[in-house]
Design a protein around this ligand. Structure first.
Ligand SMILES: Nc1ncnc2c1ncn2[C@@H]1O[C@H](COP(=O)(O)OP(=O)(O)OP(=O)(O)O)[C@@H](O)[C@H]1O
Length: 344
C-alpha cells in the first residue's frame, strides 16, 4: 500500500475581488503534490501566484475551485476563518523583521504556537525546555530566549522564525521567499539549516522563491508558475539544466551572471523586450506566456496548452517538442514580444 502524499492540490483556482465587482484569477487550475520529507520548489516572477497557492493551502485565500488534501483528508478551504487548528502546517516568511513581534521576547515568540497546541491537546510538557532545544537546534544560544528580535541580525532572526515554525513538529513547512532578504553567505547557512532539519524530522517543504538557483539548491522537484498557471514541472536538475518551457528558459536567462558587461547587455535586452500583460487580459483560450514568447505560433494565441505528461514531469507548451536544445546563457531565450501574425 502506498502512503498518501502529504499535500495534494488538484484544479486549484483562486479569484480575488478587484474594483467594480470584477474578479481577477490569481491561480488557475493548479495541480501539485508534496510528499512527506520532500521539497517542492515553486518558482515564478513577482505576481505569478506563488504566495496565493501557499495561502490557499493554509486556508486563508478565497478558493474558487479545486481540492486540497492533507495526508489524504480533504481540507475545508475556509478552515482558518472557522478557527480550526493548522499546527501541522507552519510558515517561514521572507521578512523576519515584520513576521516577528518586536515587543515579545524570542522565547515568548517561539513558545507561542507550542503553548496554543498544548492547550488544545492537554499536554503538559516543559515549554521552556523545548524552546531551549529549538534555539540550540537552529544554532542560537539559550540566552537568546530573553532578548528581543531587534537585537539580532537578519540571518539570526530567520533562525528564530525557523525555531518558531518547527517547535510544534509540523509535517509541512511553507517557506515563502524565506531566504530572499538575506546575503548570499547567510542564505547558504539558512538553506543548509532547513535541509538538516528536514533530514532529522522528515518534514515536507513547499519552498517558494523567485530565484531558480535557490530553488534548485534545496528542491527535489520544481514547479514553474506564470500568471497563476503551471508552465512546467520536473526534477530540480531537469528543470534547471534542460528546461522545456520558453518561460523557464527566460527565467534562467534572467538570473544574475558574474560578468558585469554581460549582465548589462542582458538588462538592456530585457528592458527592451519586456511586455507586461494587462491583468485584465482574458486568458481563457490562449497560452498566458504568448505575449512574451519568442517561439509563439498561431495556436499559442487561441488554444490553451494543457500540461503534457513527460518522463520527468509536465510541460504546458504547444512548442516544447520544437524548441532548440537548451544552452545555458543563450540570450535567445530572453523574453521578447510576439504577435499572432508575427509568430514563427
Ligand atoms: N488580496 C488580494 N487582492 C487582489 N489581488 C491580489 C491579492 N493578493 C494578491 N493579489 C494579486 O494576485 C496576483 C498573485 O499574487 P501573489 O502574491 O500570489 O504572487 P507572488 O508570485 O507570490 O508574487 P510576490 O513574490 O510578488 O509576492 C498578483 O497579481 C497580485 O497583485
Amino acid at each position: 500500500m502506498t502512503a498518501n502524499p502529504l499535500v495534494e492540490v488538484r484544479g486549484l483556482c483562486v479569484d480575488y475581488r478587484v474594483k467594480r465587482r470584477q474578479r481577477f484569477r490569481a491561480v488557475d487550475s493548479v495541480d501539485l503534490t508534496v510528499n512527506a520529507g520532500e521539497t517542492l520548489g515553486v518558482v515564478g516572477e513577482s505576481g505569478s501566484g506563488k504566495s496565493t497557492i501557499a495561502k490557499a493551502i493554509l486556508g486563508i485565500a478565497p478558493v474558487t475551485a479545486g481540492t486540497i488534501r492533507f495526508d489524504g483528508a480533504e481540507l475545508d478551504p475556509h478552515r482558518v476563518r472557522r478557527r480550526e487548528p493548522v499546527t501541522d502546517m507552519q510558515v517561514v516568511f521572507q521578512d523576519p523583521v515584520s513576521s516577528l513581534d518586536p515587543t515579545k521576547t524570542v522565547g515568548y515568540t517561539i513558545a507561542e504556537p507550542l503553548v496554543a497546541k498544548l492547550r488544545r491537546t492537554g499536554g503538559e510538557r516543559d515549554v521552556r525546555r523545548q524552546v531551549a532545544e529549538m534555539l540550540d537546534r537552529v544554532g542560537l544560544p539559550a540566552a537568546a530566549a530573553s532578548r528581543y528580535p531587534a537585537q539580532f541580525s537578519g540571518g539570526q532572526r530567520q533562525r528564530i522564525a525557523i525555531a518558531r515554525a518547527f517547535v510544534v513538529r509540523p509535517r509541512l513547512v511553507i517557506c515563502d521567499e524565506a531566504v530572499s532578504a538575506l546575503d548570499l553567505s547567510v542564505q547558504a547557512q539558512i538553506l543548509n539549516l532547513l535541509a538538516d532539519v528536514q533530514r532529522e524530522l522528515g518534514v515536507g517543504y513547499l519552498f517558494i522563491s523567485h530565484d531558480l538557483s535557490v530553488v534548485e539548491h534545496i528542491s527535489d522537484r520544481v514547479l514553474v508558475l506564470y500568471r497563476g498557471r503551471v508552465m512546467e514541472t520536473g526534477t530540480a536538475a531537469q528543470v534547471v539544466r534542460s528546461p522545456r518551457h520558453p518561460y523557464t528558459r527566460a527565467l534562467l536567462a534572467a538570473a544574475p551572471v558574474h560578468d558585469p558587461a554581460q549582465q548589462r547587455r542582458r538588462r538592456e535586452l530585457r528592458s527592451s523586450y519586456r511586455v507586461t500583460p494587462s491583468r485584465s487580459l482574458p486568458l481563457g483560450d490562449l497560452c498566458p506566456y504568448t505575449h512574451r514568447c519568442g517561439f509563439a505560433v498561431g495556436s499559442c494565441f487561441h488554444q490553451r496548452p494543457v500540461p503534457q505528461e513527460t518522463d520527468e514531469g509536465t510541460v504546458a507548451c504547444h512548442r516544447h517538442a520544437d524548441l532548440p536544445p537548451y544552452a545555458a546563457g543563450d540570450l535567445r531565450h530572453e523574453a521578447r514580444p510576439a504577435t499572432a501574425k508575427g509568430g514563427r
